[in-house]
Structure formats: structure tokens, C-alpha cells
Design a protein around this ligand. Structure first.
Ligand SMILES: C[S@@+](CC[C@H](N)C(=O)[O-])C[C@H]1O[C@@H](n2cnc3c(N)ncnc32)[C@H](O)[C@@H]1O
Length: 330
């Protein structure tokens, strides 16, 4: 065997390395057991994202009713130089990168030492970082497939060694967590970022009509995305769901300032998952995800509760969503 101390040539090596830390099937089975024993039943939102789920999410982003992605991309485009000056130097670590279509302006403006993308959807992440690497051949890149909400440290890697870390968490993905979990996740990110700042994209409350349309598009992509969860459980955990035996519902819950997305059992039915049998009553919901919305004031309070100091925000002309810049309080 030959060894070499040479650094990889990132300007010509188009394939981005991917470290795969996806939870094993046994852990997923345990999470399903916990989720189906809850009342109402609910699975972690990351279960929505296998390869097909990631593909469907990208299609949701293209729907006319779902403006979040377009608005956040435009905001990043217009504010990148200012944001770059505010975040400083280091490695950009993106949480839940998806198709990594938002970080481009920051890579151009901030010239980070490297870009590290975390996501639960391995194959989609591999494709996204490979495509991004081609567009930004000079930025060294790394993909890490993991559940970032339970990761206690980033893996040892030359790209991360002795580098200041700048967190980037767009897409209002923090809104998938209920408030207490969101605080826990933000604390976790503080640990992963080793004292570095966090740029956090959060969608804001708006009219019930707009929000319900955004999460229940006329083309039915949001419904297909939710039902894909059942296809995924069939494929990965040997379940026998009939996805058509569930209808899809998205509703704004004003008191909790969130959209709840759920699959509703159309009849009394029994489903087998990983060898266990689960009864669903007619009209019983299985919550697939929440999308909590944060006013700027609530975002500041949330950050403070999680040990982050709020520094400033950028927002779009309609003030629909914000990019908040946070730094750790200690
Ligand atoms: C709402 S999408 C946002 C994608 C992209 N950041 C954007 O702004 O368009 C959430 C992304 O986070 C990933 N994700 C969800 N939960 C995750 C978790 N617990 N750990 C890692 N990735 C997760 C999903 O695979 C998906 O790509």
C-alpha cells in the first residue's frame, strides 16, 4: 500500500467526499415505535427525506404557492456582500443543505476556506455537492449524511481542522421542530460550531389562506411528499402501508403559530411495520411535520433561550422571512 501526504486537488477533483452517518434501520424502527406510541402519532420530519422525498421537496419549491425558496434565494443574492462581511472567515457548515441551491452567493462573496454540507438524504446530498463543486471548483467541499439534531460533534476531517466554523441553516427548517426541540437543536448547533456564528433563515407568520395554500399546492406535490413517507417505511422498514388509504391535510394552528401537516387514515386499518402491528382508526392523524413560523421578536427570544445572542437580520421587501445572524453568548 502506498500513502501520500499530498492534499487533494479540489480544483480538478470534481467528486465531493461524503461521510455517511445515516441512522441504521434498527434506530429508525425504534423512532417509529416511539412516534406511533405518541398521541397524536408523529414521526420525526427527517423521515420524509429519502431520495424520492428530496426530489419531491425540490418540486414543492417550484410551485407557485410556495414562495419561501424563491424569496430566500433573492434575499441571499441581494444581501450576500453584507452577509459575507458580517459572518467573517472560516468554513461554512450548512445544516439540512438539500439541493444546496442557496449557498452559492455566500461562496462567491465570502470565499470560505471550505463548505461542509450536512443532510439526512445521502444520495441527494451526493448529487447536490457534486453539482455545487462543479459550479465552485475552488471551494473545497465535504458532505456529511447525518441526523444533525442528534449529532454531538462533527467528524474529524482535514477541512474542519483548526478552522472557524460558520453555521448556515436556511429554508426555515428549524420550524420543523416544536419549540422545546428547536431550543435543544440550536444548543446542539452551538456545540457543533465551536464558538462560530449561525445564519438562521426563518419564515414569518402570514395569512392562514397563504400558508395553507403553500403547504397544500394545487398540483398535489405536498400531498405526494407526505405520502412518500409511507412508501419509504414500506421500502426501508418492511411496512405494508397503503398510501392511498390516507388523505393529506395541512392546517394553520394560530395558537401555536404553526402549520401542521398530517396523513389522515381514511378507514379503520391495521398496518405491519418491522414485524409489529399498528391499528389506525378512521380519521386518525399521523403528523408528518410541523412548520413553526417565527416573528422577528419570537426569533430573538428563541435564540436567547438557546444560548445565542441575536446580532441582526436581513429580510425581503415584503418582510415575509428573515435571515438572522446569531453569535454564541459564551
Ligand atoms: C425544508 S428542506 C430545506 C432544504 C434547503 N436547506 C432549502 O433551504 O431549500 C429540509 C432539508 O433538511 C434535511 N433534513 C431534515 N431533517 C434533518 C435532520 N434531522 N438532519 C439532517 N438533515 C435533515 C432534509 O433532507 C432536507 O434536505
Amino acid at each position: 500500500m502506498t500513502t501520500t501526504s499530498q492534499q487533494p486537488d479540489y480544483t480538478t477533483d470534481r467528486k465531493t467526499e461524503l461521510i455517511d452517518l445515516h441512522p441504521p434501520a434498527a434506530d429508525m424502527e425504534q423512532l417509529v415505535r416511539i412516534g406511533l406510541n405518541r398521541c397524536p402519532r408523529q414521526l420525526p420530519a427527517w423521515f420524509l427525506y429519502d431520495e424520492e422525498g428530496s426530489r419531491l421537496f425540490d418540486r414543492i419549491c417550484e410551485q407557485p404557492e410556495y414562495s419561501l425558496t424563491r424569496t430566500e434565494i433573492a434575499l441571499l443574492d441581494s444581501s450576500a456582500p453584507e452577509i459575507a462581511a458580517a459572518i467573517g472567515e472560516g468554513v461554512i457548515v450548512e445544516f439540512g443543505a438539500g439541493s444546496a441551491q442557496k449557498v452559492g452567493p455566500l461562496l462567491e462573496a465570502a470565499h470560505p476556506a471550505a463548505y461542509v454540507a450536512l443532510d439526512i438524504s445521502a444520495e441527494h446530498l451526493r448529487k447536490a455537492t457534486t453539482a455545487l463543486q462543479q459550479r465552485h471548483p475552488r471551494v473545497p467541499m465535504l458532505g456529511i449524511c447525518c441526523d444533525h439534531s442528534t449529532l454531538s460533534s462533527l467528524p474529524e476531517h482535514p477541512l474542519l481542522r483548526k478552522q472557524r466554523r460558520i453555521g448556515f441553516f436556511p429554508g426555515s427548517s428549524l420550524g420543523n421542530f416544536e419549540q422545546d426541540d428547536a431550543i435543544r437543536v440550536l444548543r446542539q448547533f452551538k456545540q457543533l460550531l465551536n464558538g462560530g456564528p449561525l445564519l438562521l433563515g426563518l419564515d414569518q407568520p402570514k395569512s392562514k389562506v397563504r400558508l395553507e395554500a403553500a403547504y397544500n399546492d394545487a398540483a398535489g406535490i405536498s400531498a405526494a411528499f407526505a405520502r412518500n413517507l409511507l412508501h419509504r417505511l414500506n421500502a426501508d422498514l418492511g411496512a405494508n402501508f397503503d398510501p392511498q388509504a390516507f388523505s393529506y391535510q395541512a392546517g394553520w394552528q394560530a395558537e401555536q403559530q404553526r402549520v401542521q401537516m398530517a396523513l389522515i387514515s381514511r378507514c379503520d386499518q391495521v398496518v405491519r411495520i418491522a414485524g409489529e402491528r399498528w391499528s389506525f382508526q378512521c380519521d386518525e392523524p399521523l403528523i408528518t411535520e410541523y412548520s413553526l413560523k417565527y416573528s422577528p421578536e419570537r426569533a430573538v427570544a428563541l435564540a436567547q433561550q438557546a444560548g445565542w445572542r441575536w446580532l441582526r437580520r436581513w429580510h425581503d421587501p415584503e418582510d415575509d422571512l428573515s435571515l438572522h445572524l446569531l453569535e454564541p453568548t459564551d
